[in-house]
Design a protein around this ligand. Structure first.
Ligand SMILES: [Fe+2]
Length: 246
């Protein structure tokens, strides 16, 4: 089980390094539990597209080695009507040595970008269901440049560099030891964490949490339902426009 204290502390660390590297978050990154409890349906995009903080140990109980602290800035979803975005963007805190379990995506294509700090190591292997194909060399796009790799090769990305990971490519990435905290970014097609992830080892995407201290922030799968009476109906949008007139 992942302790709430570890989640709170990791979010605080992420905020620190995002600020340090000049990466700014939208206001909802700092909304408290109390503030969220009064947010109405005007914030449904944040709830339905699972924007915001996302901290997990993938159910393994070894957060320092297998875990992720992410902030989803934008995403779409087909689970609810009205969110047609076909793209997503995240920031990811990469402490030295911590990584997500090896996985691939059925449909999502993602670019992983080193946004600042140390060095990101990314291991790539195209998914193959037979041995002959599994040993074959393949190509990847690194900053618009085609590179030829052997399966399992590890690419190192310096700040500003990025690699494109096509669907059905097994990948794992982590902050290189000795280079400090890194913030990576992910720009991708829409992210569907309920259906699109294939982990090579058993893993649960959202953790069981041991509530050893009060939560400092809701995670993206924990938001309370919209508070009644605080939603934005059509009439209130008109009211807002009125208030913005000089
Ligand atoms: Fe991924």
């Amino acid at each position: 089980m992942l302790k709430r204290s570890a989640i709170n502390s990791s979010i605080a660390t992420a905020k620190h390094y995002l600020k340090k590297y000049g990466l700014h978050l939208p206001p909802f990154a700092s909304w408290t539990v109390e503030e969220w409890n009064h947010k109405g349906s005007e914030c449904d995009e944040i709830r339905h597209c699972m924007l915001g903080w996302d901290v997990t140990d993938f159910g393994c109980g070894r957060f320092a080695e297998i875990g992720r602290t992410l902030f989803t800035l934008r995403n779409g979803t087909l689970r609810e009507p009205g969110y047609a975005k076909s793209y997503a963007e995240k920031y990811i805190l990469d402490p030295e040595g911590q990584r997500a379990p090896a996985h691939f995506h059925r449909g999502k294509m993602e670019d992983i970008i080193n946004r600042g700090g140390g060095v990101i190591c990314i291991q790539l292997t195209p998914w193959a269901d037979d041995e002959e194909r599994s040993g074959r060399r393949f190509t990847a796009q690194v900053d618009g440049r085609r590179v030829e790799l052997t399966p399992g090769a590890v690419i190192e990305l310096m700040p500003g560099q990025s690699v494109c990971i096509p669907p059905r490519t097994i990948h794992q990435f982590w902050g290189k030891c000795g280079t400090g905290y890194t913030i990576s970014g992910e720009v991708s097609t829409v992210c569907d964490d309920w259906n699109d992830n294939c982990f090579l080892e058993p893993a649960s995407r959202f953790p069981e949490i041991h509530e050893d201290e009060p939560r400092a922030a809701y995670l993206c799968h924990e938001y309370p339902p919209a508070a009644p009476g605080f939603g934005l109906g059509a009439a209130t949008i008109g009211d807002i426009l009125k208030t913005q007139r000089p």
